[in-house]
Write a protein that binds this ligand. Structure first.
Ligand SMILES: *Cc1c(COP(=O)(O)O)cnc(C)c1O
Ligand code: SF4
Length: 344
């Protein structure tokens, strides 16, 4: 307890001086106490009560590796805004609901979301290495999702029978919260299914805790028989520090296609300048900007919403500054549609 009570900033001031821990140890040491989050960043005391209250609905979870990238004492820090519970989360925005994109209707087997042709999404776990305050699956019924291999049988059976499914997406939560061994077991269930040509992972773990990119993970993914795609989630260029860029480079260098998706968030990345800087950093790392998502209208997130027309104008400004391949597609998910809707 004494260790937890020591402000870590007084010991280590940047990720360069923090010893590299195993990713599981990093998870254990992550900040889960809203008051501790406020104090370790020296925020004004008024934030503490609001954070404690808002975290009753959706808890705080911030790895220290991410905390290191937040400026001390800066209430407006774009990385802080993504993880700090604030009073606005109690607002009931018009049109905001528990399941805005119809995920519940798309569950065709336990843990299996089948919305789009040729690809399915598996909710590999409900856990994440961070609790993003704007998360569209904040209210998802994760406790009803599969846990062991036995629970996955109906989903695997469905994938086996539907030869139109060419791609399996592991999502969650964050699929990289599973140990390499559990991940390997799940992926092995797909091995006999020859029509599945691509394996995609949607993850924020390489950004939150870059030591998650282990050798075992890389060899698991760079399987010659199945094209591996990793879609990471970075919203702001300040999320990319040296360990993150090294983790991304290791993925890229092992032949994995690495893409990035961001969510357009008020006060985080709602400017052409921030998103252009992000795109340039990504391209330099050979990570391709894939999607910029319009916020899904999930209850408790209305303060993050940016009007669609501002998003379109941001993309237009980016287009006038950057090569075409550095421009993410600005998309919105609409209930019942056959793909994400391209806005710009
Ligand atoms: C976003 C999403 C996908 C992937 O869509 P792409 O456009 O291929 O990236 C697949 N399934 C579900 C349920 C999704 O929400
Ligand atoms: S990592 Fe993704 S699923 Fe997890 S809290 Fe953040 S946005 Fe939600």
């Amino acid at each position: 307890m004494a260790i937890l009570a020591t402000p870590l900033r007084s010991v280590a001031t940047s990720s360069k001086t923090r010893p590299v821990l195993s990713w599981q140890e990093s998870l254990r040491r992550a900040i889960r106490d809203p008051v501790q989050l406020c104090r370790s960043l020296q925020l004004p005391p008024k934030y503490e009560q609001a954070a404690a209250q808002a975290s009753e609905l959706f808890g705080v979870f911030v790895p220290r590796e991410y905390l290191d990238r937040i400026k001390i004492g800066d209430e407006k820090d774009p990385l802080l805004r993504q993880v700090l519970p604030i009073a606005e989360e109690a607002e009931i925005g018009k049109g905001f609901s528990l399941d805005p994109v119809g995920d519940a209707d798309a569950l065709t087997a336990p843990g299996l979301l089948h919305k789009y042709h040729s690809r399915v999404l598996l909710i590999a776990t409900g856990a994440c290495a961070v609790h993003c305050r704007y998360c569209f699956r904040r209210h998802f019924p994760y406790d009803q999702m599969p846990r062991g291999l036995e629970d996955w049988k109906p989903a695997i059976e469905q994938i086996k029978e539907d030869t139109a499914i060419e791609e399996v997406i592991l999502s969650g939560g964050d699929p990289l919260m599973l140990t390499d061994q559990r991940l390997a077991e799940l992926v092995a269930c797909l091995d006999p299914i020859k029509h599945v040509k691509r394996l995609r992972i949607h993850t924020r773990l390489p950004i939150m805790i870059p030591s998650r990119v282990t050798d075992a993970l890389i060899s698991l993914l760079s399987n010659r028989h199945r094209m591996p795609v990793v879609v990471v989630h970075i919203n702001h260029p300040a999320e990319i520090d040296v360990p993150v860029s090294m983790a991304l480079s290791r993925l890229v260098e092992s032949g994995i296609l690495v893409l990035n998706q961001s969510v357009l968030l008020r006060g985080v990345n709602d400017s052409a300048e921030v998103l252009s800087t992000l795109s340039k950093r990504l391209v330099d790392l050979r990570v391709m900007p894939y999607y910029l998502h319009q916020l899904d209208r999930t209850l408790g997130t209305s303060h993050f919403e940016v009007p669609v027309k501002i998003g379109i104008s941001i993309i237009e400004q980016m287009r006038s500054r950057l090569p075409g391949y550095a421009i993410p597609r600005f998309v919105q998910e609409k209930r019942g549609k056959l793909s994400k809707q391209v806005l710009a």
